[in-house]
Write a protein that binds this ligand. Sequence first.
Ligand SMILES: O=C[C@H](O)COP(=O)(O)O
Length: 258
Amino acid sequence: MTQTVKPLIAGNWKMNGLSASRAELDALARGVAEATAGRVDMAVCPPATLVATAADALRGSGIATGGQDCHTAASGAHTGDISAEMLADAGANMVIVGHSERRADHGEDDACVRAKAEAAWRAGLVAILCVGETEAERKAGTALEVVGKQLAGSVPDRADAERLIVAYEPVWAIGTGLTPTAEDVAEMHASLRAGLVERFGAAGEGIRLLYGGSVKPGNAEELMSVANVNGALVGGASLKAADFLAIAAATAAVTQKA
Ligand SMILES: O=C[C@H](O)COP(=O)(O)O
């Protein structure tokens, strides 16, 4: 883990959560101080219907609230869409853009993801921008090239640590229980770091690089110990406060050893 970068453990609830999920949010707010000891930041990205609930439940806890997607426009005739400004108005501080499920299910390409990141910035939100290769690309030996192209095409100019977080999520590791080896994660994150530094200079050193894909309490310590891994984007294991807090605690333990 890059020692100067405070890790972030962010939860992506995807299309899960009803009003009863308030109990999990309240449990996170109660447990965050003990789990992180102030050494790790946390965020929860619930579905849009729960952003205001999450912002309310997490207020004062230090846990940030995020959306899972935003439209490129601030408002207008876009039925069913939600703008970054609306997320901010509901209490969000950040928004995920370019998740592989959006890229696959909604045909979002790098130019679209870049426009969404710019929309996030326009609304004052931090963009958590996702990149990652498919299983076929990994097997073909093109993972570094594919992800490097996604990074170059999706990240807007003038990125810095205040406004951008990059999440590396191998598509084949999402929700499967599979994870890359620590060596593969290290190789990819080193490549992402090099790409950011080449483009943004010293600012690229501070941009958080999250790993995502089947992060659980049992593998968090190993994954969070990898060089240039500055936290995690957690799907399934973020739905239960106890598991999510355990991942944060494992990350805090890594930072203490570093
Ligand atoms: O955004 C989160 C990722 O897609 C990871 O999901 P997962 O932890 O359920 O594998």
